[in-house]
Ligand binder design. Structure first.
Ligand code: NAP
Length: 368
């Protein structure tokens, strides 16, 4: 820790004057950045200037935000001149290098990458769960959790507050856009290659049709599911599976929470789903769980299987809430619930949560 939180509240001097903080969106041209510009155009406008930043490849491009065409500038130290809050929607290594540079200039950084999430001096914030944590940021950086954790954590945290969580066993069904624009382009190209065919009936027929076009995935995604997301870590776990464990523990303030995750990529463009087995300290009932979930901020309960009503990615995509259904009490354990959760990985899973965190900072900076 280099300095106290008070020393890192940025350079904003407009509290009580009506002046609005200046925002930079770094990575404005990417999958998350594109959704961020939509969200900034839809939400209550708390920002003064919005500066768009990307790699030198995109400098000079014009993108629309809040209905105005805005020129993209290349990432540089000067790009943060006069910026109060910067959202970083860029690869890990770019955040690792540039977020501290921005923070050193007094800009409060809200980072979407994995670069700082587990840094003990960087809060990992989901406003519905731990908004207070955003105020204590010794490095001037606040981290946004990964999209898979974010897609379930608001619902899980609401149940935890009532029943006391002791264990999570989750399987994810992750969308292609979780792997950025490259993931979406790859899935669309693969779907075009298999559309209208009778492929999917012989070993290897889909692989042959897709050829070299695997993109960021280790196996064909069209007409398939792929039990892998992220990179290989010790003992066969993937980085994505470890993120769910580590980040859930940090957000919920439960450092010893037992978590087992299996991450699976499915041929969905956007919206991650998770099958969650959650075990609690106390006995649970479906009625209580329904009540909690139905009134939890940011959660929508859709749970009527007799009517065919439950969340699916195709229905949840493009929306803000965490959708929950298929709530059952474990047949073998009165303290455990099984549920199915869907969340748009580019909205609540990334851009929306970042926007909410940045708005908390804006409110803090502008309060006299
Ligand atoms: N996709 C998701 O569901 C998701 C969810 C949560 C968090 N995240 C995280 O959010 C970040 C962005 O992900 P994404 O999916 O939006 O990736 P993406 O589609 O590949 O976009 C990457 C963005 O970073 C910019 N960029 C790349 N290298 C740069 C450099 N050297 N200097 C400045 N800008 C650079 C790109 O600009 P150019 O267009 O100019 O190259 C682009 O705007 C990643 O850290 C990712 O892990 C993603």
């Amino acid at each position: 820790m280099t300095s106290g939180p008070a020393a890192r509240t940025g350079t904003f001097t407009g509290a009580g004057t009506g002046r609005k903080p200046v925002l930079a969106v770094v990575g404005a041209t990417g999958a998350v950045g594109t959704v961020m510009l939509e969200i900034l155009s839809q939400r209550q406008d708390v920002w003064g200037e919005i500066r768009l930043v990307a790699s030198p490849r995109s400098a000079g491009r014009r993108l629309a935000v809040r209905g105005e065409e805005t020129e993209v500038v290349a990432l540089s130290e000067e790009a943060f001149d006069g910026v109060d809050v910067a959202m970083f929607d860029v690869p890990d290594e770019v955040s690792a290098q540039w977020a501290p540079i921005a923070a050193a200039k007094g800009t409060v950084v809200v980072d979407n990458s994995a670069a700082f999430r587990m840094d003990p001096d960087v809060p990992l914030v989901v406003p519905e769960v731990n908004a207070h944590a955003a105020r204590v940021r010794p490095r001037g950086i606040i981290a946004n959790p990964n999209c898979t954790t974010l897609s379930m954590i608001v619902a899980v945290a609401a149940l935890h507050a009532e029943f006391g969580l002791s264990e999570l066993v989750v399987s994810s069904y992750q969308a292609a856009s979780g792997a950025g624009k490259a993931g979406v382009d790859t899935l669309r190209a693969q779907l075009a290659a298999v559309a209208g065919s009778s492929l999917g009936t012989q070993p290897g027929d889909v692989r042959r049709a897709v050829g070299d076009g695997l993109g960021p995935f280790p196996a064909p995604l069209a007409l398939n599911v792929v039990p892998w997301a992220g990179s290989l870590r010790e003992d066969g776990w993937s980085s994505e599976e470890l993120k769910i464990r580590d980040e859930s523990r940090k957000i919920l303030g439960l450092p010893s929470l037992r978590v087992a995750a299996t991450c699976v990529r499915v041929p969905v463009i956007t919206t991650h789903s998770l099958a969650v087995h959650a075990r609690f300290e106390n006995e649970v009932t479906v009625e209580q769980a329904h009540e909690i979930l139905a009134s939890a901020p940011g959660v929508v309960l859709v749970d009527d299987p007799a009517e065919g009503e439950f969340p699916t990615p195709a229905d949840a995509v493009g929306t803000d809430p965490t959708w929950v259904g298929r709530v059952r009490r474990s047949l073998d354990d009165p303290r455990a619930l099984d549920l199915f959760v869907c969340g748009d990985n580019l909205r609540k899973g990334a851009a929306l949560n970042t926007a909410q965190v940045a708005e908390c900072v804006a409110a803090e900076l502008t309060t006299p």
